[in-house]
Design a protein around this ligand. Structure first.
Ligand SMILES: Cc1cc2nc3c(=O)[nH]c(=O)nc-3n(C[C@H](O)[C@H](O)[C@H](O)COP(=O)(O)OP(=O)(O)OC[C@H]3O[C@@H](n4cnc5c(N)ncnc54)[C@H](O)[C@@H]3O)c2cc1C
Length: 152
């Protein structure tokens, strides 16, 4: 699967279970209703946060946001709100999930279903709101490395 090039997102959950993590197991599922999916390891703090919160935010990272992708995948980051110290974010108006400025697009989702899938769970989210940013180049993950598209 490392030969499958993907985009990179930061999944986030608002108070009281505030947390964020980098993911690339993310994708579109349905247009009507609008559904997306993400897969999260059972061992991840995010698994419990997302299950309890029943809602989540998605920031689709742009070409210049590799440092954020690395940070939210770094197990040495603090838990809870302190993990956002020094990072700019705004609460999603519907879910309170932290959304990252400069992203290519943002989604706010309501958790509608989850399925145990091996050592991960597949979370199905209904998109409540979406918006796009100004960036053009995308951050990619391919063959274990971050890459970027050319901004047109
Ligand atoms: C490009 C890329 C794509 C990825 N895609 C995915 C994906 O699709 N799905 C996926 O599941 N992972 C994915 N990962 C991995 C994921 O981003 C990292 O494993 C990330 O660290 C997981 O966050 P977490 O919620 O598990 O928090 P963790 O990193 O496990 O923990 C966050 C903080 O909490 C602390 N902590 C943990 N447990 C406790 C505890 N019980 N008490 C006190 N402190 C604790 C940790 O020490 C750390 O400081 C991806 C990584 C990269 C780089």
């Amino acid at each position: 699967m490392s030969r499958f090039a993907s985009g990179v997102v930061v999944l986030s959950v608002g108070e009281p279970h505030v947390h964020a993590m980098t993911a690339n197991a993310f994708g579109s599922v349905s247009l009507d209703p609008p559904l997306v999916q993400c897969c999260v390891a059972h061992t991840a703090v995010m698994h419990d946060s997302l299950t309890r919160s029943r809602s989540f935010g998605v920031s689709i990272l742009g070409a210049g946001q590799e440092p954020l992708a690395r940070y939210f995948a770094d197990k040495s980051r603090p838990l809870g709100l302190p993990q956002f110290d020094g990072i700019s974010w705004t609460p999603g108006p519907l879910t309170g999930a932290p959304l990252l400025p400069g992203a290519l697009a943002w989604l706010e989702c309501k958790l509608v279903e989850s399925y145990v899938a091996g050592d991960h769970s597949l979370f199905l989210g209904e998109v409540l709101a979406s918006a796009t940013g100004d960036g053009e180049g995308a951050l990619l993950f391919y063959a274990g490395r971050f890459e970027r598209t050319q901004a047109s």
